[in-house]
Design a protein around this ligand. Structure first.
Ligand code: ZN
Ligand code: ZN
Length: 300
């Protein structure tokens, strides 16, 4: 599981940085989190292939998190997409998109399924490979965090061993769940003889825009990677609070209290040209921290 950062700035493009957008890769299947203005250009720049992108989550209705979306859904149609696209976003986005398409007399080449996010926490997607859950964060308008989980897929089969013991392929799903196998002769083949440990479960929590709030701790507790906004350095703590944003030290504080393994910082204010101080402040509280860079992919 990985995440590619396409936009790590807040509000405006500045110093070569762009509004928020990132792609989470779950076993090579991409999920888009927010779609700031430069999303398409950044995907081209960094060679991100979106053909099997089926899920997009929009955290809230501030423009730096969705102004790239009308263009992107239109481009996918121009390029002849036919697979359904699932969009999870605040309810008000649906009417905006409809109006844009209506005045342009555009009909998309693919089904767009819109899911209006409810307040509170909600399970948005749950299949064999992954789940996506929303949770509330605190911002000036209704805003959602997202928790993406890659499921383990169970134990990994050792094909040669399975053949050696004559285990039929119809029994493989049981082996993945950890079951032993009994041969016709009544001999028990212990699961450990024919499988090894599978992919571990991984969890990624995304908190786009939020002020410092411990209310998110139950949701992000112990995740492998937490992305937490850090719009300001700590000497702007009051400004951060009044604008419903966080400082880098506050993001590190949340990471520490939640016992996460890795912290990614982003959503930097356009007033900062150099971001070195963000790391310096954060490592005082939490050691495994990255000041995200656009175009970089981070292992979760
Ligand atoms: Zn923002
Ligand atoms: Zn915002």
């Amino acid at each position: 599981m990985k995440v590619t950062i396409l936009g790590n700035n807040s509000a405006l493009p500045a110093y070569g940085r762009h509004p928020t957008c990132q792609i989470v890769w779950i076993n090579d299947e991409p999920v888009m989190l927010d779609c700031g203005e430069a999303a398409q250009i950044q995907m081209q720049r960094y060679g991100v292939r979106w053909r099997n992108l089926n899920h997009i989550c929009i955290s809230h209705m501030h423009g730096d998190h969705y102004f790239g979306l009308p263009g992107f859904i239109n481009s996918m149609s121009l390029l002849g997409r036919t697979n359904p696209l699932y969009l999870y976003a605040p309810a008000s986005l649906e009417g905006i998109l409809q109006q844009i398409m209506q005045v342009a007399d555009t009909e998309l080449s693919y089904p767009l399924h819109f899911h209006a996010l409810q307040e509170g926490s909600e399970l948005l997607l749950d299949n064999d490979v992954m789940s996506i859950q929303s949770f509330p964060v605190e911002h000036r308008i209704q805003t959602h965090g997202f928790m993406l989980t890659r499921k383990s897929g169970g134990r990994k089969l050792l094909p040669d061993k399975c053949k050696e013991y004559g285990i039929p392929s119809s029994y493989y799903s049981q082996l993945r769940k950890g079951a032993d196998y009994e041969t016709k002769e009544g001999v028990i083949v212990v699961n450990l003889q024919v499988t090894e440990e599978g992919r571990p479960i991984k969890k990624y929590a995304y908190c786009a825009d939020t002020l410092y709030t411990e209310s998110i701790l139950p949701y992000v507790q112990g995740v492998d990677t937490l992305y937490h906004e850090s719009t300001y350095l700590d000497n702007d703590r009051e400004k951060a609070m009044s604008r419903y944003h966080s400082t880098t030290a506050q993001a590190a504080d949340i990471a520490n209290k939640a016992g996460v393994k890795q912290l990614l910082l982003g959503h930097f204010s356009s007033k900062y040209k150099d971001l070195a101080a963000f790391k310096e402040e954060a490592v005082k509280t939490f050691f495994n921290v990255h000041v995200t860079e656009e175009g970089k992919t981070y292992e979760i």
